[in-house]
Design a protein around this ligand. Sequence first.
Ligand code: FNR
Length: 187
Amino acid sequence: MKTIKILGIVGSLRKDSYNLALLKAAQNLLPPNTELEIFSPAKLPLFDQDGEMQPTPAVIDLKNKIRNADAILFSSPEYNYSIPGVLKNAIDLASRPYGDSAWAGKPAAIMGASIGNVATARMQYHLRQVMVFLDMHPLNRPEVMVAMAQNKTNENGELTDDETKTKISEMLVALVDWTKKLASLSA
Ligand code: FNR
């Protein structure tokens, strides 16, 4: 059976990021025959349209990783009610030059952790809007929105909350099913 490759993209550069903790937890909750590689946007340049025809090695690497993945899993904070700049920058870089976007047709899921109560909902719906133009296929359910993340992780930056782990497991199963469904329809 073919292994499903998921590329997890974190929307925070913070060393002790709760959103990175979600992705690390997901690596231990994968369904059978599934891999999850984590990508941090830390090494990416700022997008500059003047340079888009000469992408740096970091941008080429990101586009290759997206193209080699069967599905994308975003895990991101909400910054000022929207998508953090580092994540939007990564999305823009890999979407260019026009006609050579790496994102088109990719199944995707979103997770988000916040120290507040609204739990990245506003960021997640902005990201869904962006995925319209990227021609991606976001999973609708389950939604993984983690409120009060500081109470659900330990001092080693590990997710400790069982309810959240269950939700992530359910989302991973749904993402793999969705990915297989889309692949079989296009085969
Ligand atoms: C935040 N934070 C935040 N939280 C939220 O729920 N809604 C928001 O709009 C914002 N806005 C925001 C802006 C900026 C610039 C920062 C630095 C932070 C708080 C955020 O939830 C918290 O910092 C998380 O810890 C960020 O996620 P990571 O870095 O732990 O993954």
